[in-house]
Design a protein around this ligand. Sequence first.
Ligand SMILES: C[S@@+](CC[C@H](N)C(=O)[O-])C[C@H]1O[C@@H](n2cnc3c(N)ncnc32)[C@H](O)[C@@H]1O
Length: 339
Amino acid sequence: MSEPFLPLPEAFIKRLQQIVPPQQLASVLESFYQIKPTSFRINTLKSDPEQVKQQLQDEGFDLQPVAWFNQAFTIPNEQRRALTESNAFYQGEIYIQSLSSMLAPIELAPQPGETVLDLAAAPGGKTLQMACMMNNQGALSAVEPVKSRFFKLKANLEQQGASMVKTYLTDGRTVGGKCPERFDRVLLDAPCSSESRFSQLTPKSWSHWSLKKVKEVAKKQKKLLLSALYSLKPRGIMLYSTCSFSPEENEAIVNHILKKFGEAVILEPLQLSINRLQVPANNLQAHSSTSIPLEIQPGLTEWNQKSLHPELANSTRVLPNKVMDGFYLCKLKKIASFF
Ligand SMILES: C[S@@+](CC[C@H](N)C(=O)[O-])C[C@H]1O[C@@H](n2cnc3c(N)ncnc32)[C@H](O)[C@@H]1O
């Protein structure tokens, strides 16, 4: 009998074995052939979460709450198509977004009235979530250099009523130089090798992967992170995230920054690891019995027999499982001006 799913690249699996704790490896490997439920967020700029929830339930959707975020729900994947044909979807009252991806704006916690930058924004899931958190008040700038993706971003912002957002078709690597120390908070959800999107049901998902490509994209990430930090005000906070497992795209990038700027930049622990997102705060909701399994691992402090900065243990890896995608998050605070 033939194998049900094509195997992932051997080199990728070998690396995972070095990255993921042994006790979690089996469930991480299983996640690559599981079909996850569809998750979405209610757009509070346009609608009331309770009303939309009721409306969707009345239409027959089997909504499951997410214990750590009261604006997010999941539905069985078989209902995804119907959701994209629903009135709530057409009206921009909901936005389909992976649960792991929702963690980045939650951790950055932009406030109404602040000046905020999203340095790699398209198609805009996290920009939209931040506009909701800021209640369309303040200044939110979104940067995207790829034309087709830029126009998708603009269309999404318009459809969802995120009127506060100013969009820029430009390379994020130039922003730090053009807007030094301008922003209270910066999100860099970096372009990456997208390893957490690999699915054994769609072999195309990893057809472009190689260690060489990982190293290439890491060079760009390093420049983007530098630009993000230059654009941040002293005392400002930034959030760096990727959907890759590769330490070269995650801890090693941040390690470079910590070495370069010494005490001018520190890593702050994430709510995710302090509270496992179970404490009510802002948009976070108390833990409930129907919670989505959230498995996390501290950032690596060693890779390829080389020690990395010990503060990297304050960054967090979300491990993929039957609901969540793999994700890396790191919160940096700029203590002193770079000038
Ligand atoms: C991971 S995606 C961002 C997803 C987005 N944050 C969201 O939640 O919808 C990374 C984005 O970075 C963009 N990108 C690639 N090179 C870039 C650069 N030099 N400067 C800024 N963005 C870049 C890609 O085109 C892509 O849209």
